[in-house]
Design a protein around this ligand. Structure first.
Ligand code: SAM
Length: 281
């Protein structure tokens, strides 16, 4: 069995903070439920601690997407990355940028099944854009491609994903995340759990996909409305939404008091406002 690689110096530009404690890694691997027999995508396997835990927890196919040459090459030498004794490889390394990769197509290429779970200790510098991209592109060839996502972020970002109206961290990221998933914080970790330690606490967020009938399908429009509404979050909506033509008028259609602030609007109200704005455009 392969153990995690010796990482060498961490690259700050790639957000590298590694986990090596097997008990923590086992908890992260299964925080979103059993991975036994499932197809899993891991973004940024690094030296492979979480990769090892996912394989040991029974993942049937693991697509690991890594930008750093050292780790992509090292992990591709693991025995699980080769077909053996008539059994296909369980571990498949894609050497490249996860933001530029077509993840569902890669899963299909390796014979995995969709929807796939995504389990990752994400690089802090690009974790939020990655999540937003995955939230926006939930369908591949007309069907859901991502299942439950188990993602490690800075704790501050995790709080922003899970926040409710009127809470300090409530904003665009909460509204977008909760339009298509039900997120919850599964565990938090102090800086000392990582090598090298980051400056802040981290947290694992589990995002279970909402049933299709409960999802809001037009995330691109919701993104525009939330960007305008929270762009000036202390202002009343009638002022904040001026930057988006037609949005102030849509408040009346959606029956939302224009003197309210964005941080008080529920998920349902943001959906109603977005639908009204899109219908008027
Ligand atoms: N999973 C490992 C662990 O938990 O120890 C490493 C996590 S480290 C926080 C983030 C990893 O993502 C690093 O290995 C880094 O090289 C990789 N990475 C950074 N940007 C990436 C990108 N755009 N696409 C793919 N991998 C990336």
């Amino acid at each position: 069995m392969s153990t995690p690689l010796t990482p060498g110096p961490a690259k700050k530009s790639l957000g590298q903070h590694f986990l090596f404690d097997p008990s923590i890694l086992a908890r992260v691997a299964t925080a979103g439920g059993s991975v036994e027999g499932k197809t899993v995508i891991e973004v940024g396997p690094g030296p492979g601690g979480l990769t090892r835990a996912l394989l040991d927890s029974g993942a049937a196919r693991l697509l690991a997407v890594e930008l750093d040459d050292r780790f992509a090459e090292g992990l591709s030498l693991w025995p699980e990355a080769r077909a053996r004794n008539g059994e296909e490889a369980r571990l498949h390394i894609h050497h490249g940028d996860a933001l530029a990769a077509n993840l569902p197509a890669l899963v299909q290429d390796i014979g995995g099944s969709l929807p796939a779970m995504i389990v990752a200790n994400l690089p802090y510098n690009v974790g939020t854009p990655m999540l937003v991209e995955w939230l926006k592109t939930g369908q591949h060839e007309g069907a859901a491609w991502r299942g439950t996502m188990v993602l490690m972020f800075q704790k501050e970002v995790a709080l922003r994903i899970c926040a409710a109206p009127d809470e300090d961290h409530y904003g665009r990221l909460a509204v977008l995340s909760q339009a298509v998933t039900r997120p919850r914080i599964a565990l938090t970790l102090p800086p000392g759990a990582f090598r090298p330690p980051p400056k802040v606490d981290s947290a694992v967020v589990v995002l279970d996909p909402l049933p299709e009938a409960e999802c809001f399908s037009d995330l691109a429009s919701l993104e525009k409305v939330t960007a305008a509404a929270f762009g000036q979050r202390r202002k009343m909506l009638r002022a904040a939404l001026k930057s988006l033509p037609g949005a102030v008028e849509a408040l009346a259609t959606a029956k939302i008091d224009p003197t309210r602030r964005a941080e008080t609007l529920t998920q349902a109200e943001f959906r109603a406002l977005t639908t009204a704005w899109r219908a008027s455009a």
